[in-house]
Design a protein around this ligand. Structure first.
Ligand SMILES: [Zn+2]
Ligand SMILES: [Zn+2]
Length: 91
């Protein structure tokens, strides 16, 4: 059984790749964004036109993992679990 990713890994990746992640809820395309450049994140996916989700729909918290399935702040679901054919589990 895989161990949960530790926070420091997430912090390290955030520094290198950008503060936050956004993903297309339809095709799973991912892009990263920085707080000050949020306006550059497209609302719709450039590949399929699906919704690019960059914040929790429930509490508007941004998320740092492109593969997050639940909000880090409020645990609201961020995406359909079966997007990649098999359920994604956080733990
Ligand atoms: Zn897409
Ligand atoms: Zn939330």
């Amino acid at each position: 059984m895989a161990k949960p990713k530790t926070n420091w890994i997430r912090e390290e990746r955030r520094k290198v790749l950008g503060d936050w992640a956004a993903f297309c809820v339809r095709c799973g395309a991912v892009r990263r964004w920085f707080e000050e450049l949020e306006h550059e994140v497209p609302a719709a996916c450039t590949q399929c036109g699906g919704e690019m989700r960059r914040r929790c729909p429930a509490c508007t918290a941004p998320f740092s993992s492109a593969f997050a399935v639940e909000c880090e702040e409020c645990d609201a679901p961020l995406r359909p679990n079966e997007l990649f054919g098999s359920p994604i589990h956080k733990t």
